[in-house]
Ligand binder design. Structure first.
Ligand code: MG
Length: 267
């Protein structure tokens, strides 16, 4: 079993952006809540908690929660409620936090672009795998909520060059499911031959819900930003495959593929 088209999320699948997230969240935090606190001590906890983030603006709030002595367990298990409590308590709007995050990124990019890029590292072996896939002539598309030009820049620094239109970033302003539909249309490749690797279970579930995308190969990258709970859910799912970094690096025949069994039993 082999795809005819491979679609990949960027952050949490190819690229580990945790250092950049923390750096940016920290700088935004300091603008909103200036203090002499050494925030560096919160880095490791922040990395562990990052999977709970649904919107980027929640990142400085994670640091706020830790500084207000909420335990990791409380943050992990009760985040959606805690976010609302914190917003109210601190009398702050998400839009204000978004502005500070954008500003923190703009400043880093303007002051030292190479340094900002270097905070985002590729996971071990993924660049080699991309090169291998390219040599096989299999088309790769990156579907990311990052700005496409940044994803391209990072890949090119690692000597991976993708054709124009193969990196679909946040500038398209549409759900990933729609992008997958568009890709199938524009390439003429059927969904059974399209595989999609993503580290956010909710995103895979949205794709799964689309009747039109039935049969697409869905893979949850277990090395990305997701919690054990999501990995377990993927494991138990009828269609979604839990993929390890080791399997990702192996030949496609060695990837788990429930979807084959799924489409055989359901058709
Ligand atoms: Mg991701």
């Amino acid at each position: 079993m082999q795809p005819s088209l491979l679609t990949l999320d960027f952050d949490g699948v190819l690229c580990n952006g945790l250092k950049e997230y923390f750096q940016t969240a920290k700088q935004a935090y300091q603008q909103i809540w200036p203090s002499d606190h050494d925030l560096a001590q919160y880095a490791e906890s922040f990395y562990r908690l990052r999977p709970i983030v649904e919107h980027g603006w929640e990142m400085p709030l994670i640091i706020r929660a830790m500084l207000l002595d909420h335990t990791q367990e409380q943050i992990l298990t009760n985040w959606p409620n805690l976010v609302q409590t914190l917003l109210k308590q601190e009398n702050i709007q998400p839009t204000t936090i978004i502005q500070q995050i954008d500003r923190a990124r703009d400043v880093q990019i303007a002051e030292d672009f190479p340094k900002w890029l270097s905070l985002q590292e590729f996971y071990p072996g993924v660049i080699e795998k991309l090169r291998q896939i390219q040599e096989q002539g299999l088309p790769i598309y990156i579907i990311t909520t990052k700005e496409g030009r940044f994803a391209r820049k990072l890949l090119e620094r690692a000597d991976i060059f993708l054709p124009a239109g193969h990196i679909i970033g946040k500038e398209v302003k549409q759900p990933k499911a729609q992008t997958l539909l568009d890709l199938s249309k524009s390439t003429g490749i059927t969904f059974e031959k399209i595989w999609f690797v993503e580290d956010r279970l909710e995103t895979l579930q949205l794709v799964q819900k689309q009747e039109q995308l039935k049969g697409i190969g869905l893979f949850l990258a277990d090395w990305g930003y997701n919690l054990a709970k999501s990995r377990q859910e993927a494991q138990n799912d009828q269609q979604i495959n839990l993929l390890s970094l080791e399997q990702f690096q192996a030949s496609f025949g060695e990837w788990p593929n429930k979807d084959v069994r799924f489409s055989q039993t359901s058709s």
